[in-house]
Structure formats: structure tokens, C-alpha cells
Design a protein around this ligand. Structure first.
Ligand code: NDP
Length: 260
């Protein structure tokens, strides 16, 4: 069975930043294929501006839209409460921390404010969101039995970037994308993923970070080699096939390990 097919047996998936780009594509791909999970919870910071999401929710009864601004703690707590009412005793199986921003700034233009803005959205928010959703993830994990870790039980997936790899930012590769705020925020997200993997292991919650490839979204730009459909098909296939051996990992969209 391919990894993507595995979503069929997944009770609920929540995706942050689903208004456009990879988040929206994940919702559409999960809803429209034959491997759709029971509940697809698409979060966006402004439902009234999320036209495409609204169309998907009208077309597919398992798509639910919930408001979430990932840098607003009150919004995070309200979202967790609403999702709790949606998933009830089954809990939340798979949390995908996808929302992200790229504050472009090199050594000369970077400021403390730019660093902090990028860190808040890309590194701090996934941690705060996971903390808020922990009771729901634990509920799902406890219902999943004592078997191996997988998304059908409980998992936290952090959408990271190859640009966060400290090891790869050297030699020829170091001469492009000199973005201090973005790169360091994704390095921090990688460490957040690893720390959470250590802390949530005893609860049976799989935690990992995945790079979606370079994709033609508003963030990736028109020069990127991958379409959102191509990237998301691979990403969902990898996520769907995750097991214990992938707990605490940093994977490429192809499923290969990436250097930290
Ligand atoms: P886009 O810029 O196309 O979309 C970003 C999404 O994040 C939007 O839906 C946006 O919502 C949402 N978002 C940003 N800030 C917040 C916030 N405070 N609260 C709620 N939602 C927010 O990016 P991509 O789809 O390309 O990227 C998705 C993820 O993949 C990101 O984490 C990114 O770093 C990562 N990634 C992308 C790559 C690429 O090539 N595209 C490469 C490597 C990693 P809104 O519409 O309201 O602004």
C-alpha cells in the first residue's frame, strides 16, 4: 500500500496555513483522492477571505474550516477548543504545522525585528500549537493501542526547509538564499521537532520535520521546479508511510534523510 493510501485509515488531520500554497493543496489532495481521512481540518487566519477553502468545504463534507492565526495565543487556544468539539473522543491524529513566512534579509539588511518576526511564525508557533493540541493528540494516541508509531495513531509533522540545514549551508550552496531570518527560523524548527520527538515519545506521538522541495507557490516563486500538486503528492506519500524509524527525523519530500 502506498503511503498516500494510508490516510484512508487516519481519523483526522489538521493543517495550518491552508489558505493558499502547500496548505491549500494538501487539503485539496487529501479531500479529492480516494484516500481521504475522516476529518480534514483546514485552518486559516481569515475564513471570509479563504474562498478556495470554502469551495472545498462545500464540495467535500469531511473538510472543516477553523480560524487560526498561528502567532496569536488566544487564537491557538480557541482553535484547539473548536477542534476538540469536532473530533470529540477520537482526538486528533495528525497535526501538520505548515504555516510559514519568509522574511528576506541578508547580513546587511537584517534587523532584530525581522529575526523575531520570522522566528515567531516559523519556530515558536509550531511549538505553541503542538502544546495546545497535546491533549487531543494524546487522546488519539491512547486510542491507537500500543502498536507502532504512525499517523493513524498520533503525529506532529513540521513543514521545514532544506535551507534550515546548517550542514548544507557551506561551500557552493552557501552562496545563494542568504536569508538570515528564514534559514535560522527553520534550523530552530528542526531543533523544536527533535526536542518534541524526545518529549512526546512516551505518549506514542510521532514527531518529525519534512522539506517539501522547492515549489511554485507565492513563497517558492515561479522559478521553482515543482508544482504544488507534485510536491504534495510526495509529501503526503512520505507522511502516510511514516513509522517509528522516522520518529525525530528530518526528511526530504522524496523520503530521504537530510543532514541537520
Ligand atoms: P505560501 O507563502 O504560499 O503560504 C503560506 C501560508 O501560511 C498561507 O496560507 C498563509 O496564510 C499562512 N500563514 C502565514 N502566517 C500565518 C499566520 N500568522 N497565521 C496563519 N497562517 C499563516 O507558502 P508555501 O505554501 O510555499 O509554504 C508552506 C510551508 O512550506 C512553509 O512553512 C514554508 O516555509 C515551507 N516551505 C516551502 C517551500 C517552497 O518552495 N514553497 C520550500 C521549503 C519549505 P495567509 O494566506 O493568510 O497569508
Amino acid at each position: 500500500m502506498s503511503g498516500v493510501m494510508n490516510f484512508k485509515n487516519c481519523g483526522s488531520v489538521l493543517i495550518t496555513g491552508a489558505n493558499r500554497g502547500l496548505g491549500l493543496q494538501m487539503v485539496e489532495s487529501l479531500a479529492s483522492e480516494g484516500f481521504s481521512p475522516g476529518k480534514i481540518i483546514a485552518t486559516t487566519r481569515n475564513i471570509s477571505l479563504s474562498q478556495k477553502l470554502q469551495e472545498l468545504a462545500k464540495k467535500y463534507s469531511n473538510v472543516h474550516i477553523v480560524t487560526l492565526d498561528v502567532v496569536d495565543q488566544e487564537s491557538i487556544e480557541k482553535c484547539a477548543e473548536e477542534v476538540g468539539q469536532l473530533v470529540e473522543e477520537e482526538g486528533l491524529n495528525c497535526l501538520i504545522n505548515n504555516a510559514g513566512i519568509n522574511v528576506e534579509a541578508d547580513f546587511h539588511s537584517v534587523t532584530a525585528e525581522k529575526m523575531i518576526e520570522n522566528f515567531h511564525t516559523n519556530s515558536v508557533a509550531p511549538l505553541m500549537i503542538t502544546k495546545a493540541f497535546l491533549p487531543l493528540l494524546k487522546k488519539a494516541a491512547s486510542r491507537g493501542g500500543s502498536g507502532i508509531m504512525r499517523i493513524q495513531k498520533a503525529a506532529v509533522i513540521n513543514m521545514t526547509s532544506l535551507l534550515g540545514s546548517v550542514e548544507l549551508n557551506w561551500g557552493e550552496r552557501a552562496n545563494s538564499f542568504k536569508w538570515y531570518p528564514y534559514r535560522t527560523s527553520k534550523s530552530a524548527l528542526n531543533m523544536v521537532s527533535r526536542c518534541m520527538a524526545v518529549d512526546l515519545e512516551s505518549d506514542g506521538i510521532l514527531c518529525m520535520a519534512i522539506h517539501p522541495g522547492w515549489v511554485r507557490t507565492d513563497m517558492g516563486g515561479s522559478e521553482a521546479p515543482l508544482s504544488p500538486e507534485e510536491s504534495v503528492a510526495s509529501v503526503l506519500s512520505v507522511i502516510g508511510g511514516l513509522t517509528e524509524k522516522d520518529h525525530g527525523s528530518f526528511l526530504n519530500f522524496t523520503g530521504e534523510q537530510l543532514p541537520w
